[in-house]
Design a binder for this molecule. Sequence first.
Ligand code: TRP
Length: 328
Amino acid sequence: MDGKSRTASGMRPTGPLHLGHYFGVLKNWIALQESTHAYFFVADWHALTSDFADTSGLRRNIAEMVKDWAGAGLDPEKCVIFRQSAVKEHGELSLLLSMITPVSWLTRNPAYKEQQQQISNKDLGNAGFLCYPVLMAADILTYMPREVPVGEDQLPHLELTREIARRFNALYGEIFPEPRALLTPAAKCPGLDGRKMSKSYGNGIFLSDSFADIEDKVRGMFTDQARMRRSDPGNPDVCNLFPYHVLLTEDPVREDIRLGCATAALGCVDCKKIFLARLRDFLAPLQERRAALERRQGAVEDILAAGNARARAFARGTLERAREKMGL
Ligand code: TRP
């Protein structure tokens, strides 16, 4: 071994990735492909736990997700990019872990309760949705990673993963490490309307958006809502745009913007122009990489076929040990 630790993580293929995904999670993944043995998968089984009724977009979303990832800079030469459902070991381990997971752990999971309450347009009374965290524990533990790079919203699931690992180890003997969450250092990415950026709120800037669309979106973006007239001083700390300057605009330009806003020397229209230029510089290479991939026939299929095989090769070993420990 080369001394590098392992990491593993996944995303549900529910639609195009936006800036919140990039700065919240993907940026971490891109760094980890250099420093660890990283396994990143499209969680298509997890997508089915809530979107089982209409699966017509699933295949397309899987391919789009791989394009978004590769465009953003995940490199199939540096990490393992694969599809969850292509590695059946995740399913088998999930079944085995379900034997030792009390149902009460699942029903009291805060993420479960919250989603059951908040999502009213879908029926989430299915067993698959209840068992979401067991499958997620299996996804993770299959690769015995030290760290799992995720967004904050995944923390309750990860806590359950550790509890399940602990229980397995106590019952059958230590095989699973208890993986830690790895969060991206606080990247604030508000949506266009100031709420959290989310596809379901329709307030996102997507990595694959055309610049014409981005210009329209940014023009309508909320800034400091107390700043009514151009001559009013603004407050960058309550502006929805300024956090993006924190992410994309270098000092000393950013400090000039802060000062210009607070003294009314700089108006929101000009501030947005600076942001648009920065965003264009940031997104252009991502979109070029994505376009190059789209020009190569079968590129996505090739990436997944190679990644699936590498993931399976590792997963097989874990399942052999788990089965053996459980007396199968
Ligand atoms: N729950 C994650 C999401 O909503 C997806 C996911 C599935 C995952 N399995 C995982 C994330 C294992 C990290 C590790 O996007």
